[in-house]
Design a protein. Structure first.
Lengths: 765, 227, 89, 89
């Protein structure tokens, strides 16, 4: 009973031609007057209802990147040429070569608004969506990461959103069987009402298995694989992702929500991989935000240009769906396959073996048109490129926010500081207990981290490390980072600081960074100040990647993250991928063994603007962000790779939010060891412990390697400062001439904070 | 010739590859079995891996009980073949009534993943005979529905007959009497929630204690061959 | 003592993966003439002897705590003065 | 078309942490006179028009699949010939 009788009047091409003056709701669908006029121009008539729906979806901000496109071009223009890049921007996800045989694909994407409306399902389907992008490239997904931002931890809505989001990420990732190898959790009032849920997925494949999204080969069959099509998110992601929430959160205007089925997704993975391995598909595309509309028009446009679809063949879950509903539906867990007619039976049989629905719904043609019939009547007849590639492009005005100069002079370096040893000691503990720095185990322990048995480093390390090949030991490292306070102070520098942090985190495992994916979360592009932030951030990333020789391989833009006129801080979230020849040589977190030397590489300056200290203790955000030095970052990465390769380093940790103080707290907490620290002569303890000067890492050098490491640093012009020794018999932190903090006291401050705030919530679902 | 351990792949199995790796590293030969095949001929033991066999939204393991392969596994288990169920596999064994009790939602209501210390309570099973009784092992536990429950009478009987195989040192889920794993009367069928197959390599696991599970079944099988 | 039963079901338009999984398993039991399975929650609330506004209070509980209005609907049934110990068989 | 509702509840002697969690959250909603909350599953099964032995088949489904007798009890209610599209509001 999936097919309904044709008893409703359908708006066909014939009807549209005969009734040119029929009033159509283009404005309600988010199209501008001139855009509607252009559609009429392209078609030489008014669009049918189904066509109008398709244009409104494909020409939305979410699908067409109409506001961002002019700026994103920079990535392509500035990307360093590298033979590693097998597929880049414009594909479902970027693909990079790891060695002669193996390629890896990864991408980060947002699911922000849906996660505010329905935290669990919003986050879950966000994970599901990014996984399908990875499958579509021909890869087996092997891990996920999640970068989460919420309002103030004490705000009641955070107690609703956070547990739901974590539950969603956990539920989907765990059920589909992917280890979660890292991410971040940040609290800031600017995300109140606009939480950010960015998910990254990574997959691996033999290089030869790279798939294309082209619907080529006239006569080839179009197959819809996976879940039935229901009313999920009709007008959902697209409209959702382009709509600013009204301030009084009108409940009835809440769009319908998609519910994910990770079991179905797991079947999709297995079936698709089997089909790729047996060479049974010509082209493949995932169904994401814009459902069939996007998949059909993109594959047709990328291929021979023509396609014919019989829409009534699409298996439906809901009754009474009209053609435009079917085309717009965002039902999850579906893929589109292009298959040689000779292979159709085989494809259907393999799907059935796994218990997955597969239906031939059309064929590739050489007509140059995407023609969609419904019970024999044509409801769509358009040039597919007009949907997929020729959407509107805006040159939106952008101007520097006028408060920036004022903010710049409001420097955190002038804030009152703790001065006595007791005050500084207390600050170490207060910072460790602050929402952004405290232990995130309550979240991360809800994620599977070991499935597949290849997770060499996961949380709480600076980056995740996965083994790709058990024989050669080759592997990858991945980090996902953002620091929106720096970006708020200076979006160009802030974006580069983000890039530098993710790059450094990857290098800290001993891996060599090779590629970037980014998710750009901003307010409304219609606000020239937001647009300025966006332009600056994109330029910062593009320049930074050019400088460091690592290409941006893909990413995602999320606009309209604002409530009323209040936009979130500009929040670029950057994922860096690195390669490590032998995962057995990865650098872990911790303090090595008793007697190992603790040292700091990099320069500590008096830099507090935008720091966690300024925020956590003074609720202050002002001044200019710390200096970014990409040359230095590259030397540092080179050094770390060399130390790891020569096994001259026992452990390492990034110095970022919270500075050296927090790095010591985390190293002590994770290693079970103590640290005896002696600050360099003349160093101001407060500055040394809490400054957030970047480009710094804490390293632990095995006994007997001190000279060699020092020489390696000097050779690269990197300043190294010995700080002390690791010692199993020291209880916690001993800061000579200043204070001691016992391990138990450190743990008491750092652990259990999230559970304390949120543990009791969200249990009823 | 080394022993052949069949590893069942249900559509939603997740740890089947990991189980195969563990079996291989432990010195046995992994053999892939498909949930819809009635044939398990040629294997000397069966491993039911973790995962969500058929999208276990209703109750973990509830649907897997009706699979083709479980009919055969049941018959083989009755005939004395060593069978181990880990996590979802344990749930499947309970739902199939090959083991007593049930696994329900964790008392704290969350999925939780952490390395977990377990005491091996008995070496008199096909899958633990290589351990000294009382040995402590560390396996990752990761599940949302791993709280072991049964009637008091059943629990008493399990205790009295030495069929509690693993006990948690720090109960992570509210399991009755800290039970992490139990076995059948004959000791050939063992189920446990934590994952030995994720504790077989120092590089990726919290320990290599999981290899003892494979060593046990190998020793059990070779003794059978001698006898 | 008043007992209230709140039934919470996913809205009909919303995918119910749990129901789908059960539906898909029925043929294994030899059941082939079922067209749909939907699975929701049944919540049994027992109020104290002298509780007042039982229905009203239940509505608040259902609306705020038991059901997620974005994806679920609920119904409330008040079973006045059930004998204690009534077994659910 | 016959619709059958199967209610599955945890046996009373089995701890229901979900119910406990809801019970514990009630005071925050201002509800203080509830003595117990138990949460189970409600399963709505729709049979085809001409299905036979609906009750019997439902019992098999409930007994074998929907409920685990070790921990759960169930009840079955057959609602003969419900109009199509009956909305759960
Ligand atoms: N939402 C999350 N998902 C997965 N891992 C997370 C998440 N939040 C934090 N983590 C992990 O917890 C650890 C600590 O986080 P963070 O304080 O951001 O680390 P860092 O100081 O390296 O930036 C990291 O390993 C990070 O990957
Ligand atoms: Mg970080």
């Amino acid at each position: 009973m999936t097919r309904q009788p044709l008893n409703v009047a359908v708006d066909t091409v014939g009807v549209a031609t005969a009734t040119p003056d029929e009033k159509q709701p283009w404005a309600e669908l988010g199209l501008k007057d001139d855009e509607y006029a252009r559609i009429r121009d392209i078609l030489g008539r008014r669009p049918t209802q189904a066509e109008l729906a398709m244009y409104s979806i494909m020409w939305s901000e979410h699908c067409s990147y109409k506001s961002s496109r002019v700026h994103l071009r920079q990535f392509g223009q500035k990307n360093p040429k590298t033979p590693r890049l097998l597929a880049g921007i414009g594909e479902n996800a970027g693909v990079v070569a790891i060695d002669e045989n193996i390629a890896v694909t990864f991408k980060v994407e947002s699911h922000n608004h849906p996660s505010f409306v329905e935290p669990k399902q919003g986050a879950a389907t966000g994970v599901g969506g990014i996984i399908r992008d990875i499958i579509a490239m021909g890869a087996r997904p092997i891990a996920v990461m999640d970068s989460l931002r919420f309002g103030d931890i004490d705000h009641p809505d955070t107690a609703r959103v956070l547990p739901g989001v974590v539950d969603g990420v956990s539920h989907y990732g765990n059920c589909v069987g992917l280890p979660n190898i890292g991410g971040e959790t940040v609290f800031d009032p600017c995300y109140q009402g606009n939480p950010l849920v960015n998910a990254l997925a990574v997959g691996v494949m033999p290089r030869a298995r790279l798939q294309s999204m082209q619907a080529s080969g006239t006569g080839n069959v179009v197959i819809l694989l996976g879940a039935k099509t229901g009313r999920d998110g009709i007008g959902g992601v697209s409209v959702l992702a382009s709509a600013t929430f009204s301030e009084d959160g009108d409940e009835d205007s809440r769009p319908s929500v998609q519910v994910g089925d990770p079991f179905e997704e797991k079947l999709l993975i297995e079936v698709c991989l089997e089909l790729f391995d047996t060479g049974l598909v010509v082209g493949v595309q995932d169904l994401g935000g814009a459902g069939l509309t996007c998949a059909l028009s993109e594959t047709a446009a990328a291929g021979d240009g023509g396609m014919h679809v019989d829409l009534e063949l699409v298996p439906l879950r809901a009754k009474g769906m009209e053609p435009h509903d079917i085309l717009a539906s965002e039902s999850q867990e579906r893929m589109l396959l292009i298959v040689d007619p000779a292979n159709v039976e085989n494809v259907l049989a393999r799907a059935q073996r796994w218990g997955l629905l597969a239906t031939a719904i059309g064929e590739v043609t050489d007509s140059g048109r995407l023609v969609i019939d419904y019970h024999g009547q044509t409801v769509v007849d358009v040039p597919p490129a007009s949907l997929a590639d020729e959407g509107p492009v805006y040159e939106r005005p952008f101007t520097e926010p006028n408060d920036l100069a004022l903010i710049a002079v409001d420097r955190a370096e002038t804030l009152p500081r703790p001065t006595t040893d007791d005050e500084i000691r207390q600050t170490v503990l207060d910072m460790a207990a602050s929402p952004n720095l405290c232990d995130k185990t309550w979240i991360t322990e809800q994620y599977d981290s070991s499935v597949f048995g290849n997770t060499v480093l996961g949380t709480p390390h600076d980056a995740g490390v996965l083994r790709l090949d058990e024989r050669s030991g080759i592997g990858i490292a991945l980090s996902l980072d953002g620091n929106s306070r720096f970006a708020r102070l200076d979006p160009y520098v802030g974006a580069q600081l983000n890039l530098a942090e993710a790059y450094r985190n990857v290098a800290l495992t001993g891996a060599t960074p090779i590629a970037v994916s980014d998710c750009l979360n901003f307010g409304s592009p219609e606000d020239p100040h937001v647009m300025w932030q966006f332009e600056r951030a994109v330029t910062g990333i593009a320049d930074g990647c050019q400088k460091m020789g690592i290409p941006v391989t893909g990413g995602n833009v999320s606009f309209y993250n604002q409530t009323g006129r209040e936009a979130i801080h500009p929040t670029p979230v950057i994922g860096v991928l690195g390669v490590i020849d032998d995962v057995a040589k990865r650098i872990p977190l911790g303090l090595g063994r008793t007697g190992d030397t603790i040292a700091l590489i990099g320069t500590t300056r008096e830099e507090f603007s935008g720091s966690e200290w300024a925020w956590a203790t003074h609720r202050h955000l002002g001044g200019v962000p710390p200096l970014v030095d990409l040359d230095h970052e590259m030397k540092l990465a080179d050094l770390l790779a060399s130390l790891a390769g020569n096994e001259q380093i026992a452990a390492a940790h990034d110095l970022s939010e919270g500075g050296l103080s927090q790095a010591l707290v985390e190293a002590i907490a994770h290693s079970g060891m103590g640290a005896q620290i002696l600050l360099p002569e003349g160093a101001d303890p407060f500055t040394y412990l809490f400054s957030e000067s970047t480009g710094r890492v804490m390293v632990v050098i095995p006994r007997g390697q001190e000279q060699a490491v020092r020489a390696s640093c000097e050779q690269r012009g990197l300043p190294i400062t010995p700080l002390g020794v690791a010692d199993a018999n020291t209880d916690g932190l001993h800061l000579r001439d200043h204070f001691d903090i016992g391990r138990e006291e450190i743990l008491a401050a750092w652990k259990g904070r999230i559970a304390e705030k949120l543990g009791a919530q969200g249990a009823a679902g | 010739m080394s022993a052949r351990i069949g590893i069942v792949t249900f559509p939603g199995s997740l740890d089947d590859r990991d189980a195969a790796r563990a079996v291989y590293l432990g010195g046995a030969e992994p053999v892939r079995l498909w949930h819809d095949d009635a044939q398990i001929s040629g294997v000397d033991g069966v491993w039911l891996p973790g995962g969500f066999s058929y999208g276990d939204y209703l109750r973990c393991g509830a649907i897997a009980r009706f699979s083709q392969v479980m009919d055969t596994v049941k018959a083989a288990a009755d005939a004395g073949m060593p069978v181990i169920g880990v996590c979802n596999g344990f749930q499947v064994l309970c739902e199939s009534h090959l083991l007593p009790g049930a696994l329900v939602r964790n008392a704290h209501l969350r999925y939780r993943n952490a390395p977990t210390r377990l005491r091996v309570e008995t070496e008199r099973t096909a899958w633990t005979r290589a351990f000294e009784p009382g040995t402590e092992v560390v396996f990752p536990a990761k599940h949302g529905e791993g709280r072991y429950v049964a009637d008091e009478a059943v629990l008493d009987e399990l205790e009295d007959s030495g069929r509690v195989v693993f006990r948690y040192a720090d109960n992570p889920n509210g399991s009755m009497r800290d039970i992490a794993g139990v076995c059948s009367e004959a000791g050939n069928v063992v189920g446990l929630m934590p994952h030995p197959e994720h504790a077989v390599e120092a590089l990726t696991g919290p320990s290599t204690d999981g290899l003892g599970i494979v060593a046990s079944v190998l020793s059990h099988l070779s003794e059978g061959a001698v006898r | 003592m008043a007992r209230v039963v709140v039934d919470v079901m996913l809205k009909t338009e919303i995918l119910d993966p749990q129901g789908e999984a059960v539906l898909g398993a029925l043929p294994r039991l030899g059941v082939t003439d079922v067209s749909s399975v939907r699975i929701g929650r049944r919540v049994e609330i027992e109020f104290d002897e002298n509780a007042s506004n039982v229905e009203e209070q239940s509505r608040v509980i259902a609306d705020k705590l038991l059901a997620n209005p974005v994806i679920e609907n609920f119904t409330i049934a008040v079973e006045e003065s059930v004998e204690t110990g009534a077994e659910h068989a």
